[in-house]
Design a protein around this ligand. Structure first.
Ligand code: FPP
Length: 262
C-alpha cells in the first residue's frame, strides 16, 4: 500500500524515468547489504569513519522511500559477525554510531510510523549502544507502518546454527520429533521467523556476493548488485531498482507458462 503518494509523485516529476513506479506491485520485503563506506571516504581522502557517518544519510533515504512506496519490510545489514574482526577503533566507532544514529532518527521513525526490530547476536554489543538500540526498538513497538529490521552482529551461519541448537534442545526435551522437522518448522526457529523472505536483495559497492547474509531467506530473492558506494546510494537509484524488480519474472522453479496462467 502506497503510504505517501504526494512524495512519490514529486520524486517522479524530478526523475521522469520513474513515472511507472506506482503502476506495478512493490516488493513486500527489501533487504540491503550496505557496502562501500570505507571506499567512499578513502576516495575523498577522509577517515573510514566519515564514510560510515555519511552512510547514515543513505539509511534515512532508503527508509523514507521504502516507507513512502509501501514496502512492508526493509532489512539492513548494519554490522556482520565478521565485522567484529575489524580494527578495534573502527568497531568502537561503528557501535557508537549505530546507537547514536538510531536514537537521533527516532523522532522521524515515530513520525513515519516505522517499527524497528533488532536481529543478531546482541549479547556482543556494548551496553551503551545496546541500550540506545533497545530503547528505540521499544519506543516504536506500537508503530504499524514499515518494519525496519536492523541486522547487527548478525551472520546467517550464526542464525542457522542457533536454529539448529534450539531445535536440537526441543528434540532432546521430547517437545518435537526429529521426523517432524521440515522446512517450515526449521524456518520457525530462525531469528527472522516472524518475517516473510526478502523479495529483493540489493548490494552496493560492486562486489557480487552475499557475505553470510540471510542465506536461508534469500533462496528465491531477486538479486541486484550496483557499483554505487553506499553513501552515494540515493532515492532515484533505489526507485530505478524497484522499477527493474517489477519487470523481472519470478518463477520459483516453475515455467514461464505456469506463472502466466496462474
Ligand atoms: C560497509 O562499508 C558498511 C558497514 C560495515 C557499516 C554499515 C553501517 C552504516 C551505513 C551506518 C549504520 C547506521 C545505521 C543507522 C544502521 P565498508 O566499511 O565495508 O566499506 P568498504 O567495503 O568500502 O571498506
Amino acid at each position: 500500500m502506497i503510504r505517501d503518494r504526494r512524495k512519490i509523485e514529486e520524486l517522479c516529476e524530478a526523475h521522469p524515468e520513474l513515472s511507472e513506479l506506482l503502476t506495478a506491485q512493490m516488493p513486500r520485503h527489501v533487504a540491503m547489504i550496505m557496502d562501500g563506506n570505507g571506499r567512499w571516504a578513502k576516495q575523498k581522502g577522509m577517515p573510514r569513519s566519515a564514510g560510515h557517518y555519511e552512510g547514515v544519510k543513505s539509511v534515512r533515504r532508503v527508509t523514507e522511500l521504502s516507507s513512502d512506496v509501501g514496502v512492508d519490510y526493509l532489512t539492513l545489514y548494519a554490522f556482520s559477525t565478521e565485522n567484529w574482526n575489524r580494527p578495534q577503533e573502527e568497531v568502537d566507532t561503528l557501535m557508537h554510531l549505530i546507537g547514536i544514529a538510531i536514537e537521533q532518527e527516532l523522532p522521524d521513525l515515530m513520525k513515519n510510523n516505522v517499527r524497528l526490530y533488532l536481529i543478531g547476536d546482541l549479547s556482543r554489543i556494548p551496553n551503551e549502544a545496546l541500550n540506545r538500540l533497545r530503547g528505540a526498538e521499544e519506543a516504536t513497538r506500537e508503530n504499524t507502518g514499515l518494519k525496519l529490521l536492523m541486522c547487527i552482529s548478525y551472520s546467517a551461519r550464526w542464525e542457522l546454527t542457533e536454529a539448529a541448537r534450539r531445535l536440537s534442545r526441543r528434540v532432546a526435551a521430547g517437545e518435537i520429533s526429529a521426523d517432524a522437522i521440515d522446512e517450515a518448522v526449521f524456518a520457525d526457529h530462525l531469528a527472522t521467523a516472524e518475517f516473510p523472505d526478502p523479495d529483493l536483495l540489493i548490494r552496493t559497492a560492486g562486489d557480487c556476493r552475499v557475505s553470510n547474509f540471510l542465506l536461508w531467506q534469500i533462496a528465491y530473492s531477486e538479486l541486484k548488485f550496483t557499483d554505487t558506494l553506499w553513501p552515494d546510494f540515493d532515492k532515484p537509484e533505489y526507485g530505478r531498482i524497484l522499477l527493474e524488480y517489477q519487470h523481472r519474472e519470478r518463477r520459483f522453479g516453475k515455467t514461464s507458462e505456469q506463472i502466466r496462467t496462474n
